[in-house]
Design a protein around this ligand. Structure first.
Ligand SMILES: Nc1ncnc2c1ncn2[C@@H]1O[C@H](COP(=O)(O)OP(=O)(O)O)[C@@H](O)[C@H]1O
Ligand SMILES: [Mg+2]
Length: 283
């Protein structure tokens, strides 16, 4: 009975789909992708929240021209609740901003994990999709948020180092955290052909050495308007909804918001964000 009560207490009232956007290498466009996907999913009628989990170098708020009073570090150090940290962004998306310039090497401890679990749970009752933007690499903060999500989207660019770093990240998530399904998004590709070639190269090595399933979900074209957006602190989907990158992002947002939650989650099985985090915490 006790056990049931505990599960009920942490389980959200509505099933929120949790999607973590991550990468092996930095600078591949994760934050831009998260911001634009969030805005677009909201335009498509979803209730969206974004958690900036790049705890050391978070810049989602800057990218969207916001000046939040508090950030995730105030929550982690216990001075603010998540409800006090959340701010409203374009298209009504809710944003949990990260701190910039604090010690990014500090990893989230068990007590903080438990608080994330209970506080997020309350906030997510009215959210359809939670997008989590992470730092690059394989630090425990990155793997924690990736392993807890329903869907892991790995962003790569066509650079060879980005592909090898993506492989390293997938390897750690699969070997250490049992993740087996990944979605690959190729950013800054010249065209669809180049993005498919990146997918081919990566899947050639993962098929050979790892027991994982990687699905190619699409690409975002290299587009100077993304860079102009960054300079003007607006997402490309807001400024130039018809530009190449925006069209790609619209199709990705549709695809990611249409995929249903895995049956195990909606049926109360064992793989929700909260249950996974609880398991990690008690490990
Ligand atoms: N599709 C794109 N076309 C052109 N430039 C891009 C594209 N996506 C991202 N960029 C540029 O790449 C840089 C890094 O993007 P960012 O989203 O901060 O990456 P990350 O979060 O992975 O570190 C930004 O300056 C942005 O302007
Ligand atoms: Mg970033």
């Amino acid at each position: 009975m006790d056990r049931n009560r505990t599960t009920e207490a942490v389980h959200p009232k509505t099933a929120t789909k949790v999607i973590t956007i991550t990468s092996g290498k930095g600078g591949v466009g994760k934050t831009n992708i998260v911001a634009n996907l969030g805005i677009t999913m909201s335009q498509l009628g979803k209730r969206v929240m974004i958690l900036d989990a790049d705890l050391g170098l978070g810049n989602l708020d800057i990218l969207l021209g916001l000046a939040p009073r508090y950030n995730f570090s105030h929550f982690l150090n216990g001075t603010r609740s998540l409800e006090e940290v959340v701010v409203s962004g374009p298209e009504g998306i809710q944003i949990l901003p990260a701190a910039s310039g604090i010690d990014e090497l500090t990893s989230i401890n068990d007590e903080q994990r438990t608080r994330i679990l209970s506080d997020l749970n309350g906030l997510l009752a009215s959210v359809d999709i939670l997008l989590i933007d992470t730092a690059a690499g394989i630090s425990s903060n990155v793997t924690y948020f990736a392993a807890a999500a329903h869907e892991i989207v790995v962003v790569v660019s066509p650079e060879p180092t980005s592909i090898t770093d993506a492989y390293a990240l997938i390897k750690v998530l699969s070997v250490k955290y049992d993740a087996s399904k990944f979605k690959l998004l190729v950013n800054m590709a010249a065209n669809i052909k180049e993005s498919q070639e990146v997918f081919r190269q990566l899947s050639m090595v993962t098929e050979r050495f790892l027991d994982v399933d990687i699905e190619y979900i699409g690409y975002v074209k290299y587009d100077r308007n993304v860079v102009s957006g960054v300079k003007r602190q607006k997402a490309v989907r807001q400024l130039y909804p018809e530009t190449d990158a925006s069209r790609c992002l619209l199709s990705l947002a549709r695809k990611l918001s249409d995929t249903p939650l895995p049956a195990a989650v909606t049926g109360g099985g064992g793989s929700s964000f909260w249950e996974k985090i609880s398991r990690d915490t008690t490990d």
